[in-house]
Write a protein that binds this ligand. Structure first.
Ligand SMILES: [Zn+2]
Ligand SMILES: [Zn+2]
Length: 137
């Protein structure tokens, strides 16, 4: 089963094979910049599940966890598309806002909830992790 995604202008297209390992919303301070005040919701895949066509620009920074992270976005329209570790990446997160079907997945976990602003609506039915969660896999 293939899931399709892409940026707003259509220059970047993404094809994903199989199901995500995790779908979670991150409320770290960095994500609030990318998500314009909300958290980012990311479907996490093994990197070999994800095929990308078109140019993606990557921005690297050191996250609150101390991990070196990279975030990928369309250089033309700016749509946030990817998140993942910058060094020897095994996993790649796809921003669920870029999925062709925005109802494809819903998050099951909230992470970095300690950094969420007071106005954030945090679903009490989801797993809450106050800071960095355990590594995937
Ligand atoms: Zn674009
Ligand atoms: Zn984050």
């Amino acid at each position: 089963m293939t899931t399709h995604a892409g940026c707003l202008c259509g220059k970047v297209r993404i094809a994903i094979e199989g199901a995500p390992l995790r779908v979670r919303t991150c409320w770290c301070r960095d994500c609030q910049y990318w998500a314009a005040g909300s958290g980012t919701t990311n479907a996490m895949y093994r990197i070999e599940q994800v095929s990308i066509t078109g140019d993606v620009r990557w921005y690297e920074s050191v996250a609150d966890s101390g991990n070196r992270m990279r975030r990928g976005f369309c250089p033309d329209c700016g749509t946030p598309l990817f998140t993942g570790p910058a060094e020897a990446p095994k996993f790649l997160g796809v921003r669920v806002g870029a999925l062709d079907d925005p109802n494809r997945y819903r998050p099951t976990e909230l992470i970095w909830t300690d950094s969420a602003p007071e106005c954030a609506c945090l679903d009490p039915a989801l797993l809450h992790t106050p800071r960095q969660p355990a590594p995937i896999g």
